[in-house]
Design a protein. Structure first.
Length: 291
């Protein structure tokens, strides 16, 4: 099961590369999604942890980080899910507007409460709940990524071609994985798998930096009845960071010797969004599955 999942994800990424794309809806790369899942897993209530473990075990998995990138792997076979990974809030807009940014609920803001409802419905089939868990873990991470909460007529930054630390890339991919990998020295293998050991160790380090006050602030208002409002707040927060940092700190061309400065400005923001994602995911799972 896990090998088939990895091969499917690698096939999708290779197809995207062959088409000249950089997987605009990927959001965090597998490292980022695994970091968020690992931080969340450390803060699940005992009963919730047991239920999550039972759902994971039904497909031969043991940890949340093993399924955190599954929604990226199935996009080729289920293209309808593509728009669920992000929300196109115009970069110059004040914030999220459902009628403009999320038609027919096809955006990450609407999908978070949708899949939380299915996961929490114990009358739903096991298969439905497992799939809902996979989407929920992924999408709570996606909505924290600034490039997934903005629209600047450049395909989420994919059209902004750049060279970052000597590697040809684009703005979206830098925020997906470039900043994370450079800061934490984490790398994706050629088959798109990751080494979970270093990633889990990095998640522990990030988790230890979070203060009790930050945990309280980041989870304020998270409950099963108002999860849509929480998702909107997270998207608006990510949108502001896209405008202020992702684009605001991007120097005008020609960009010479800019990577180090941009990394220093962007990494604290990326680190904080990963930490927020982990803390918020734990709170969503606890409120969704808590009895």
């Amino acid at each position: 099961m896990r090998r088939r999942f990895r091969h499917r994800l690698a096939r999708v990424l290779c197809l995207a590369a062959g088409l000249g794309l950089s997987f605009a809806a990927q959001a965090w790369g597998p490292q980022g999604h695994a970091l968020i899942a690992d931080i969340a897993a450390a803060h699940l209530q005992p009963a919730v942890r047991a239920e999550v473990s039972s759902l994971l075990a039904a497909e031969g998995h043991h940890r949340l980080d093993e399924i955190a990138s599954w929604p990226d792997a199935i996009r080729h076979d289920r293209p309808r899910t593509g728009r669920w990974h992000y929300v196109d809030i115009p970069l110059d807009a004040a914030g999220y507007k459902a009628s403009r940014d999320c038609p027919h609920d096809h955006c990450v803001v609407a999908r978070i409460p949708y899949f939380a409802h299915i996961l929490g419905d114990r009358s739903a089939s096991q298969r439905q709940r497992i799939e809902a868990l996979k989407f929920l873990v992924h999408f709570v991470g996606d909505v924290q990524q600034p490039m997934h909460a903005e629209d600047h007529d450049d395909k989420g930054g994919n059209d902004v071609r750049l060279s970052y630390f000597g590697h040809r890339t684009n703005l979206h991919r830098i925020w997906d994985s470039g900043i994370v990998d450079h800061a934490l020295d984490l790398h994706v293998r050629s088959d798109y798998s990751i080494d979970y050991g270093p990633t889990r160790a990095a998640a522990i380090r990030l988790d230890r930096q979070i203060t009790p006050r930050e945990r309280e602030q980041w989870t304020r208002g998270i409950n099963s009845r108002h999860l849509n409002a929480a998702a909107i707040r997270w998207a608006n927060q990510a949108h502001r960071l896209a405008r202020r940092v992702a684009y605001g700190d991007l120097p005008a061309p020609p960009r010479r010797h800019w990577s180090e400065t941009y990394q220093q400005q962007a990494w604290p923001v990326v680190r904080r969004q990963l930490e927020r994602g982990g803390v918020r995911l734990a709170a969503v799972l606890n409120t969704t599955l808590g009895r």
